[in-house]
Design a binder for this molecule. Structure first.
Ligand SMILES: *Cc1c(COP(=O)(O)O)cnc(C)c1O
Length: 382
């Protein structure tokens, strides 16, 4: 998007304000360079350092680093033993990967509608979607806001179901004062460059036992046996390895994660101040005693009757990026074709999808740019 210009106040050309941007500094360069010079670019010590630091940060005894959040979700579904004929209850209001990972193993995603406040799975809808074939619940902490984990755990316990958590948007978020990843269910995190912290491409799964960790490491390394014999493959695996250069980048990002989350919370607070007076705009849900969000994106809901495409076009004229975030998964073309899903099946999710708009949001976004966004948004609504 570099080089794209908008017409600012007074006809001056102003720089484009992008949707997201990673925050990379000297420490990232230093650790990547150290790895480059070490010559150990895969299966090296940087992976161990990254996994140990991440495990400590999310309060889990073990973390397995993998090549993407999607790869991590796939392996978490495999770890739960889900397959042909098994149903997994999950949310339609998510990025497609959280439902695709169930399809990869031949199991069937069954959607339950969301809570209009939190935009996360509504526990009552989850309970209503359970059948004798249900084997697991897969909650997503959407936009970094923790799902109703205690209630979902109680449902899983009552019905004898596994839990697989998609925390790909929620690194650093806390539920009932504990970090996501520490509650017991395998939790997957993701490090694509638009996330809170990045490894370029990358992901990780937090688990409670060394056995689960070893299984994940084996699955991500072509199913190699734990004995370390390079050409002994004890199971069908994948190449889902994270490389050491990416892990080095991740380690540098992790070292400053607290600062990243603090700055993102400050950016969000400034938006709340700038957009708070607009009648046609509903701001993201605030934290409460049980839920502490980790700010991933800044998504507002536009009032009924507002033409979202028109708003986005007017923002674009001013050089401001925005996105209709997120479309409901069950209305994606391949989903409609394969499962015959259609409008009206999950009305809360569909309503959120119709009205939500992601504004430019990242760790280093400055007030002046946020003021431009606020002014352009206000003008587009008049
Ligand atoms: C980012 C994300 C993922 C994983 O994405 P990758 O690009 O594979 O790292 C999975 N689920 C959700 C909800 C996400 O936002």
């Amino acid at each position: 998007m570099a080089g794209v210009r908008g017409q600012g106040p007074g006809g001056l050309l102003t720089a484009e304000i992008g949707l997201s941007a990673p925050w990379l500094e000297e420490r990232e360069e230093e650790l990547v360079l150290e790895t480059l010079r070490s010559g150990q670019l895969s299966l090296g010590p940087m992976i161990d350092r990254f996994e140990a630091a991440l495990a400590e940060r999310v309060g889990a005894p073990y973390v397995a680093a993998v090549s993407s959040g999607t790869a991590g979700l796939h392996l978490a579904v495999r770890l739960a033993g889900l397959g042909e004929g098994d149903e997994v209850v999950t949310t339609p209001f998510s990025f497609v990967a959280s439902a695709n990972c169930v399809l990869y193993e031949g199991a069937t995603p069954v959607f339950a509608d969301i809570d209009p406040r939190t935009l996360n799975l509504a526990p009552a809808a989850v309970e209503a979607a359970i059948t004798p074939r249900t084997k697991a619940i897969l909650p997503v902490d959407i936009f970094g806001y923790p799902a109703e984990h205690a209630e979902l755990e109680a449902i899983a316990e009552r019905h004898g179901l596994a839990l697989v958590e998609d925390a790909c948007e929620a690194l650093g978020a806390e539920y009932q004062c504990r970090p996501l990843g520490s509650r017991g269910a395998p939790a997957t995190f993701a490090f694509y460059p638009n996330k809170q912290m990045t490894t370029g491409e990358g992901g990780a799964v937090a688990v409670q036992s060394e056995d689960d960790w070893a299984t994940l490491k084996s699955l991500s390394n072509q199913g190699r046996s734990d004995s370390g014999e390079w050409l002994t493959h004890s199971r069908l695996g994948y190449n889902y390895r994270l490389d050491d250069l990416s892990a080095a980048l991740g380690l540098a990002q992790l070292e400053k994660l607290d600062r990243i989350l603090e700055l993102r919370a400050e950016v969000a607070a400034r938006y709340a101040e700038l957009l708070g007076g607009m009648d046609a705009v509903t701001l993201p849900l605030e934290d409460d005693a049980d839920h502490k969000r980790s700010w991933f994106v800044y998504v507002v809901q536009l009032a009924d009757g507002i033409n979202r495409n028109g708003v986005m076009a007017k923002l674009a004229e001013q050089g401001i990026a925005s996105k209709p975030y997120l479309p409901s998964i069950h209305l994606q073309p391949y989903w409609r074709e394969r499962f015959g899903t259609k409008e009206g099946m999950f009305p809360v999710s569909e309503d959120a999808s119709r009205r939500s708009l992601a504004l430019p949001f990242h760790t280093r976004l400055v007030r002046a740019d946020q003021e431009r966004v606020a002014e352009a948004l206000a003008a587009s609504l008049r």
